[in-house]
Design a protein around this ligand. Structure first.
Ligand SMILES: Nc1ncnc2c1ncn2[C@@H]1O[C@H](COP(=O)(O)OP(=O)(O)OP(=O)(O)O)[C@@H](O)[C@H]1O
Ligand SMILES: [Mg+2]
Length: 257
């Protein structure tokens, strides 16, 4: 569970504003969905949260501490384009993240010390319904299965925050609905804070406890133009700024009980 805080964020590259004056407080355990037109800076925002990009101004903090300058396992990510290694099996793909994290503590792991990691990787694959595909390569999996693998890979290191950038964009409606259930289950069980970008407003309202809309600032660059709490049936309860109830964990957990 972690609180994300973004203050007065500006990104300018080669004199062009990409993001302007972005302010966002995401409460611990929130399922925050970001929508907005193409080019309004949603992916740029995700890259900032990952430390793949540095802001020109402003600050980003998790639980009150500025995020590290480099990507770290406290923030997991799934992009639209199946960010898994093609030459590794499903099991090896999930193990990579875990071994990387543990190896920083123990050095390279061999033999018996690897066994618990393999068991954990198998459990993570079972959590996303891939228990019978552990030895398959990504090219042998469907698009939906590959995205489930990417989600397992991101979740295995127990990130405080899971970032999803149009993770279901290339999938058919049935597969999307299946993956919604997978993500909601992981969200409930892990209590991770989720920030997800989508163009699909129906998907946004179905999943979000909080809906943030990006648009364009005067003079160019993306910025937040709406920030709302989403109720149980996908209705917008109220603009976030006008209520305190959005900060109540009761509302967030009630929606996806
Ligand atoms: N590294 C970069 N250098 C210069 N301009 C960039 C860079 N990355 C993104 N941009 C520009 O920033 C703007 C926002 O891009 P971004 O990818 O964040 O938009 P988006 O909201 O994710 O769009 P989409 O919905 O199409 O994915 C675009 O005009 C893009 O061309
Ligand atoms: Mg994008």
């Amino acid at each position: 569970m972690s609180r994300f805080s973004v203050r007065n964020l500006d990104v300018t590259i080669d004199g062009h504003p990409l993001l302007r004056n972005v302010n966002l407080e995401v409460a611990s355990g929130e399922f925050c969905v970001i929508t907005g037109p193409s080019g309004s800076g949603k992916t740029t925002f995700i890259r900032l949260l990952l430390s793949q990009l540095r802001p020109s101004q402003g600050e980003i903090a998790i639980d009150g501490t500025p995020i590290p300058r480099f990507p770290a396992p406290d923030r997991g990510v799934v992009f639209q384009d199946y960010s898994v290694f093609p030459h590794k099996t499903a099991l090896q793909n999930v193990l990579v993240g875990l071994e990387f994290k543990k190896a920083r503590v123990f050095g390279r792991l061999f033999g018996r010390r690897r066994q618990p990691l393999i068991s954990a990787a198998r459990r993570a694959l079972a959590d996303v319904g891939l228990e019978s595909s552990v030895e398959k390569y990504p090219s042998q999996l469907s698009g939906g299965m590959r995205q489930r693998l990417a989600i397992a890979q991101a979740m295995i290191v127990r990130p405080k925050v899971l970032l999803l950038d149009e993770p279901f964009g290339a999938l058919d409606p049935d597969t999307r609905a299946q993956l919604h259930r997978v993500v909601l289950k992981l969200w409930r069980e892990s209590q991770a804070t989720i920030i997800m970008v989508t163009h699909d407003l129906q998907e946004a309202r179905a999943l979000a406890t909080r809906l943030v809309t990006f648009g364009f600032a005067k003079g160019g660059g993306g910025t937040i133009v709406a920030d709302e709490i989403v109720g149980e049936k996908g209705s917008v309860v109220t603009p976030f700024a006008e209520t305190r109830t959005g900060r109540s964990p009761r509302h967030r957990r009630r929606k996806h009980r």
